[in-house]
Design a protein around this ligand. Sequence first.
Ligand code: NAP
Length: 534
Amino acid sequence: MGLARMALGSGTRTLGLLCRPFRFVASRHPPTAAVFVRQISMEAQSVAARLNSSGLLRTQALIGGKWRDSYDGKTIKVHNPATGEVIANVPCMGGRETDDAIASAYNAFQSWSKLTAAERSKRLRKWYDLIVAHKEELGQLITLEQGKPLKEAIGEVSYGASFIEFFAEEAKRVYGDIIPSPLADRRIFVLKQPVGVVGAITPWNFPLAMITRKVGPALACGCTVVIKPSELTPLTALAAAELSLQAGIPPGAVNVVMGHASAIGDALLASPQVRKITFTGSTAVGKKLMAGAAGTVKKVSLELGGNAPCIIFDDADLDVAIKGTLATKFRNSGQTCVCANRIIVQEGIYDKFANALSNAVQRMQVGNGFHEDVSQGPLINEAAVQKVETFLQDAKSKGAKVLLGGKRHSLGMTFYEPTVITDVKSEMLISREEVFGPIAPLLRFKTEEEAIHIANDTNAGLAAYLFTTNMQRSWRVSEALEYGIVGINEGLISTEVAPFGGVKQSGLGREGSKYGMDEYLEIKYVCLGNLSGN
Ligand code: NAP
């Protein structure tokens, strides 16, 4: 199918007709908005051509190993957030297609779950190898539909692939137990078995990694999956699914549907064959899914929104604190669940830190994610920019001061200036909810106790950061923080080998690490009696 469904000529702006590779010429002067849009369009064509030739440009859903349109023929447009141009049309599906995907997953489960762990492991390893082999193309696809800088996008591919590799290995280590029996003629065994069909619903900010972090352990345990990627970034999910087929993961084990989110979600929730819902996304949708899963008593794991505090103590190493804060705040232009949302700075270092952070932020280049020097791409859509504007307006109206940035970028579209604001207070909207954009809000504190109180004063509990050179303090504060993840003197904490997840309203369960397997396993107790009998 490939390029046939690329939106050439349909939509507001199109990819045009040129299909030759395009290279950006570095310039000290930023391009004007019009030139910029033209450059991206040409880049999009070049990416599309490469993806098409490697078979990774899939624009249909995957059900039972077959590439399918929606049953009523309706489609949704996928946009490049940097230009607004339509890059592809994908099927707009609903309950009927989802039911068929569930049936396919259920059929595939009967055989996939019975393969040896070694065999499942081999196929997952092959999938990992293929993702790594196509790292560049997948990275380009992520930049095209999500907007993050190419280097970061390729980093996401490596990160995403690492879950497949890790869980390919873990597949072989699903051990049970033999428990000493209290009765002499009995034996007690504990088996771990796959839960069954899994519904995996994922967001747009990590179009690959949020899928592999779920599908890797699910397949490793012997489960099969129906994936619903965000309608904003389905192309990366489809490319990954294509590679899973090439890796020998059987038809039906991995299905991908997209379109009407609530209709797809409802079908997954209603089906008694779906035994597990795993979701990454907003807390509001997570709560709905958790309530909906009650009807059929499914296992649920939720990776929801955060409101990460980043505490800078007077005794912090300033360079380490700036580097770490930049990494946690501005990754993906502030659009990650573990992005620092409140930078809480002790009064003795506050002004020095604010100035040093502003200087560093000022050097970050905003623009086309395909340009080598760019570290800040566009926000995902207009609603995201409006949210940032609303939060900033609220903060300003309550006394916050803009030290740097504070408005839309001159490039237009959904580009926003990396921003630093000071005099932020806990009651401001920006301290209460995720801003999900490139604004660094600085709050001030006096004592360690106060910092902990501010940090914990939220319903969220995903990631927290602290910067200090005092070892005792680092332990004390880490233990007092009500968060699932704590980074000490480090802003980048995600890795496949460590358990990722939140407490309070940031979620349930863990992804990655050996704990990530537990989410897809049921425990069965087997009692063998009458041992001395015939
Ligand atoms: P979202 O609006 O909750 O969407 C997430 C996914 O849920 C999308 O696929 C969406 O589909 C789907 N969805 C929406 N309504 C649904 C419904 N009623 N039933 C079933 N599915 C439904 O979140 P987002 O804006 O994409 O992602 C940003 C959020 O994700 C932030 O809050 C961020 O903190 C969180 N996040 C958390 C983690 C973590 O590990 N804790 C990681 C990354 C992101 P459509 O997009 O097609 O509408």
